[in-house]
Ligand binder design. Structure first.
Ligand SMILES: CC(C)(COP(=O)([O-])OP(=O)([O-])OC[C@H]1O[C@@H](n2cnc3c(N)ncnc32)[C@H](O)[C@@H]1OP(=O)([O-])[O-])[C@@H](O)C(=O)NCCC(=O)NCCSC(=O)C[C@@](C)(O)CC(=O)[O-]
Length: 303
């Protein structure tokens, strides 16, 4: 497998990063953040989630957010949709890409979307069809690939099975998610090497949470397996409401710093992302969870 020289970073901070915040963040703040991220050069930003507001109250502003952002031509603004109700709202809001999200763990599927894996795929069938009919991109996300907060270990066969089902639904891209950040590099490389035999490597992405501090190492392991799409969250924001104790995704600033050092092209302005990270962290009243971001911010402040 060739080590990539160019990667796509999908910025998931506005959705995955903020969905777990207890205090409602005004839509205007989310809009400013997304506009800053657009200006920094991302080609794909996960901007919204059309789920039940009873389940994830923070995402209830999604329609307002999508209406308020300044779109840059060519940038994909993605939104999650677990069912037809969510899909209708996502399309009405002008989502460029719809994300269906399932799990390789039965227990997590029940906790997160209140149905079994098989039921979720049946639900996604209509969503996938309508997304394609609307001419939009379809992305599938598979949670708990490297472990589940409720059932522990998750076998590779369960992952491959969901991957096949998502492929058959017509997913353009499929996310391999370490929801609770328990994966380690050799395991991640082996899983990715297996999955690229089942789905094109250039349409698989790595979505790593950094709960156990393994995310950057796991990205490096995935690069070695030929994966060239990574999800990251500005300032390391986040955590999943249905995965207790899970911290945010790997911080975007840290990923960009590593990619720079490896000579891998991202097309993104790291300093601009650092500023966006400082902006949202100030709003949330806490220090950014990005090591590189905080180091660069300190350097910029003293320059
Ligand atoms: C899937 C459901 C809706 C099933 O939830 P349910 O209770 O089984 O659904 P229901 O169809 O029985 O509907 C119940 C109520 O929700 C409403 N409803 C139903 N659907 C919608 C919708 N789309 N938008 C707005 N409202 C909706 C519906 O209208 C009804 O309202 P009521 O009649 O009681 O007033 C629920 O479980 C849900 O919303 N779950 C979302 C959980 C979630 O968002 N989790 C976080 C995202 S996944 C994640 O973060 C992982 C990821 C992707 O990042 C990868 C990784 O790291 O693993």
């Amino acid at each position: 497998m060739t080590f990539p020289t160019k990667v796509k970073i999908v910025e998931v901070g506005p959705r995955d990063g903020l969905q777990n915040e207890k205090e409602t963040i005004p839509a205007a703040i989310k809009i400013t953040l997304i506009n800053q991220l657009t200006a920094a050069g991302f080609v794909n930003i996960e901007a919204a989630s059309f789920v039940s507001p009873k389940w994830v109250p923070q995402m209830a502003t999604s329609t307002e957010v999508m209406a308020g952002i300044t779109r840059k031509p060519g940038v994909i603004y993605s939104a999650l949709a677990p069912n037809m109700k969510g899909l209708e709202a996502a399309l009405a809001a002008g989502a460029d890409e719809v994300v269906i999200f399932g799990s390789a763990s039965e227990a997590f599927s029940q906790k997160n979307i209140n149905c079994s894996i098989a039921e979720s795929i049946e639900r996604f069938r209509d969503v996938a069809l309508a997304t394609k009919q609307a001419g939009k991109r379809l992305r599938g996300s598979i949670s708990c690939v490297f472990g589940c907060p409720y059932q522990g270990e998750v076998g590779i066969d369960a992952v491959v099975d969901v991957l096949h089902r998502m492929r058959d639904l017509g997913c353009d891209e499929i996310d391999i998610a370490d929801t609770i950040g328990v994966g380690t590099p050799h395991q991640v490389k082996a899983v990715m090497q297996r999955l690229v035999q089942e789905f094109p490597a250039d349409r698989l992405s790595g979505h790593f949470h950094d709960t156990y501090g393994q995310a950057l190492a796991n990205i490096y392991a995935s690069l070695e397996a030929g994966i060239s799409i990574y999800h990251a969250s500005v300032a390391g924001l986040g955590g999943c409401p249905y995965a207790k104790g899970a911290t945010g995704n790997v911080a975007t600033e840290d990923v960009l710093y590593m990619m720079q050092g490896l000579g891998i092209e991202t097309g993104i302005d790291l300093n601009a992302v650092v500023q966006a990270g400082q902006f949202i962290s100030q709003h949330l009243g806490r220090k950014a969870a990005s090591r590189a971001g905080n180091a660069i911010a300190a350097k910029l402040a003293s320059a």
